[in-house]
Design a protein around this ligand. Structure first.
Ligand SMILES: Nc1nc2c(ncn2[C@@H]2O[C@H](COP(=O)(O)OP(=O)(O)OP(=O)(O)O)[C@@H](O)[C@H]2O)c(=O)[nH]1
Ligand SMILES: [Mg+2]
Length: 220
């Protein structure tokens, strides 16, 4: 109880209270755009949070879990097929942006180049994301492609947080070891938030939303 009291006090006196009271109606969600060309992407000034990661890491599943919708974003049994970017407008206040996955072995060289062009133009462009949620699979840690993506974001000054997916695949010992490895990972910018996540038991869901809302509050 003592702990809870001080926790609540902390939130009511710190800037985080902005985060706590910001309400989003998750019943009000629209897929407003599925686009393959950056010129078609929304430019209405609403902040955008992008989901990046290799194909099959769980981007669409995370989007569904955060919004509490079972099948808002299509989860793939045939990964890496399309190179389109999906924009989900949340309560007319922000977009969650499902980026195409990378590292899909069967993708042609031409498609790989298209992927790079779309993601690079989007992230460095005028209407780029406020923050990238960079997904890595907790059990595997960052792949070579993940590291390249993170290094690239470090270099272009992109703001990002790590979501370590499929946390249910590890037992407690493996889980602790995997988190410790991520926390010590040399590629992440110092201070990068790391959120383990499982869509099967999404008990870190509020922490991810708090981080998103914190970014929105700071950008105003
Ligand atoms: N066990 C477990 N499986 C998960 C979790 N998240 C996603 N998956 C599974 O991983 C597979 C890929 O998930 P997607 O959400 O389609 O992955 P994606 O990153 O959107 O893939 P692309 O759209 O191809 O880039 C699916 O079979 C999901 O059910 C999780 O937290 N736990
Ligand atoms: Mg997907």
């Amino acid at each position: 109880m003592v702990y809870l009291d001080s926790h609540i006090k902390y939130f009511s006196y710190s800037p985080s209270c902005v985060v706590r009271i910001m309400k989003l109606n998750l019943h009000n969600i629209d897929l407003v755009m599925t686009a393959g060309l950056v010129s078609q992407f929304p430019d209405d000034g609403l902040p955008q949070i992008a989901f990046s990661g290799r194909s099959n890491v769980g981007k669409s599943s995370l989007l569904n879990s955060l919004t509490g919708r079972k099948s808002l974003a299509r989860t793939s049994s045939a990964p890496g097929k399309t190179i389109t970017v999906n924009f989900y407008q949340i309560d007319k206040q922000l977009y969650l942006v499902d980026l195409p996955g990378y590292g899909y072995a069967q993708r042609s060289a031409t498609d790989q180049a298209r992927w790079s062009a779309v993601v690079e133009q989007y992230i460095t462009g005028e209407n780029g994301p406020l923050m990238v949620l960079q997904l890595v699979e907790l059990k595997l840690g960052p792949t070579k492609n993940d590291e390249m993506m993170i290094e690239w974001m470090n270099n272009c000054g992109m703001n990002y947080a790590i979501v370590a997916t499929k946390a249910d695949k590890l037992n407690k010992t493996e889980y602790n070891a995997a988190i410790a490895r991520l926390e010590a990972h040399p590629t992440f910018r110092p201070g990068t938030p790391i959120f383990p996540y499982s869509v099967k038991s999404p008990d870190t869901r509020d922490y991810v939303w708090d981080e998103i809302k914190r970014q929105l509050a700071n950008s105003k």
